[in-house]
Design a protein around this ligand. Structure first.
Ligand SMILES: NC(=O)c1ccc[n+]([C@@H]2O[C@H](COP(=O)([O-])OP(=O)(O)OC[C@H]3O[C@@H](n4cnc5c(N)ncnc54)[C@H](OP(=O)(O)O)[C@@H]3O)[C@@H](O)[C@H]2O)c1
Length: 307
C-alpha cells in the first residue's frame, strides 16, 4: 500500500488520523514546532512556510498520498495575524497542490464549514460561501488555490472533535475538562453545527482518498445540533452535571472573530459518492467516551515531547 504523508501531525486531526491509519499502512507524519516521542509512525520535521520546504518534503518522503491537516486553525489568532494566516492557510496549500500535481500524488486538503456565513444552513457544495473571519477567508482562498493548481485533489470541509495532544483543542474536551472539575461554562444555543468524531472523519477521508473521487466534499456529521446541546450530550455520556452549562447567545460570548450562526452542511454528495450511511453524533460521542475509559487521552499526552 502506498505511503501516506500526514501534515500537521501534532494537531487534533493529524495525530488521530496518523495513529488510526498507521495500524493499516505506512504513515509518515510531518511535525513543526511540536515534536512527538515514541509515536507508532515515522515523523519528519518541516516548516511548510520555509522556501522550498514542500518540494524537499515530497522528494524525501516520497508519499503516494498526502492528507494536508496543517493549518493556522485558531480563529482568534488568525484575526490578530492575518498575513501569517494567509501564508499558512492559502499560500502553503496552493504550493503543496502544485507540487502534488506535478508528481501525480493523491491529495486531500482539509478546509472548514466556517467558509459560510451561517445565515441559512444545510449548505451544499455548490452554494456560494461568504466567510466572516480572517480564518474563514484564508481557508476559502486555500480551497481555491488547491483546486486551481490540482483539480484532481479532494477538498474536505470539516467540523470535528476528539482527544488532542494538549487535551484542550476540541469543543468536546472543553466541555469534558470544565464539567469534570465542576466548573460552569457557557453553551451557545444559537450556533448550529454538524460535529463529526475525529476517527469517523479519518475513516471518511481515507475512503475519499482511496476511492479516486476529486473536488469539494462536505465531510461532517449528517446530524446537526446547537453547541449547547452538544455540551449536554457530552455531559450525559460522562455522567457529568449538565446544569453547569449555561445556555447563552453567541453574541454574549466575548469572542474576537465573528461566528456564523448556522453552519449545518448537507452531506448528500458525500454519502452518494461513498455509497454508505454516515456516522452521527450519538455514535461519535459514545466512542469519544469509550476512549477515555481506555486511557486514550493519557496515552496521547505521552506522545507529546515536553522537553
Ligand atoms: N478543529 C476544528 O474543529 C476544525 C474545524 C474545521 C476545520 N478544521 C480544519 O482542520 C484542519 C486540522 O485542524 P486541527 O484542529 O487539527 O489543527 P491544530 O490542532 O491547530 O493543528 C494544526 C497543525 O498545523 C501544524 N502547522 C502549523 N503551521 C505549520 C507550518 N508552518 N509548518 C508545518 N506545520 C504547521 C501545527 O504544527 P505545530 O503545532 O507543531 O507547529 C499543527 O500540527 C485544519 O485545516 C483546520 O482548518 C478544524
Amino acid at each position: 500500500m502506498k505511503r501516506l504523508l500526514v501534515t500537521g501531525v501534532s494537531g487534533l486531526l493529524g495525530i488521530n488520523l496518523a495513529l488510526r491509519e498507521s495500524a493499516h499502512r505506512d504513515v509518515v507524519g510531518v511535525i513543526n514546532s511540536h515534536s512527538l516521542v515514541d509515536a507508532p509512525f515515522l515523523t519528519k520535521p518541516f516548516n511548510l512556510t520555509a522556501p522550498g520546504a514542500i518540494d524537499r518534503m515530497l522528494d524525501e518522503i516520497k508519499p503516494g498520498a498526502v492528507i494536508h491537516c496543517a493549518a493556522m486553525a485558531d480563529i482568534d489568532a488568525c484575526e490578530k495575524q492575518p498575513e501569517k494566516a494567509a501564508v499558512i492557510n492559502t499560500r502553503v496549500p496552493g504550493i503543496l497542490a502544485q507540487a502534488c500535481s506535478v508528481r501525480n500524488i493523491r491529495l486531500v486538503h482539509i478546509s472548514t464549514d466556517a467558509v459560510f456565513d451561517g445565515q441559512r444552513g444545510d449548505y451544499v457544495e455548490t452554494d456560494i460561501p461568504n466567510p466572516l473571519s480572517v480564518y474563514a477567508r484564508t481557508k476559502l482562498d486555500g480551497e481555491k488555490a488547491v483546486l486551481d493548481a490540482f483539480p484532481k485533489a479532494v477538498v474536505a470541509r470539516v467540523n470535528f472533535y476528539g482527544w488532542s495532544l494538549t487535551g484542550k483543542r476540541s469543543l468536546a474536551e472543553f466541555f469534558y475538562n470544565n464539567l469534570s472539575e465542576g466548573k460552569p461554562v457557557n453553551g451557545f444555543t444559537d450556533v448550529q453545527f454538524c460535529p463529526l468524531f475525529v476517527n469517523h472523519l479519518a475513516d471518511l477521508l481515507l475512503q475519499l482518498l482511496d476511492s479516486g473521487h476529486s473536488g469539494l466534499f462536505h465531510v461532517v456529521s449528517p446530524v446537526s445540533l446547537s453547541k449547547y446541546e452538544f455540551g449536554c450530550r457530552i455531559a450525559e455520556a460522562f455522567g457529568l452535571d449538565k446544569n453547569l452549562i449555561k445556555p447563552v447567545s453567541v453574541m454574549d460570548g466575548g469572542l474576537t472573530a465573528r461566528r456564523s450562526p448556522n453552519l449545518t452542511l448537507n452531506t448528500g454528495k458525500l454519502s452518494k459518492a461513498l455509497q454508505s450511511a454516515l456516522p452521527g453524533v450519538e455514535e461519535g460521542i459514545k466512542e469519544f467516551a469509550v476512549q477515555m475509559k481506555e486511557g486514550f487521552p493519557q496515552r496521547l499526552k505521552n506522545y507529546l515531547n515536553q522537553s
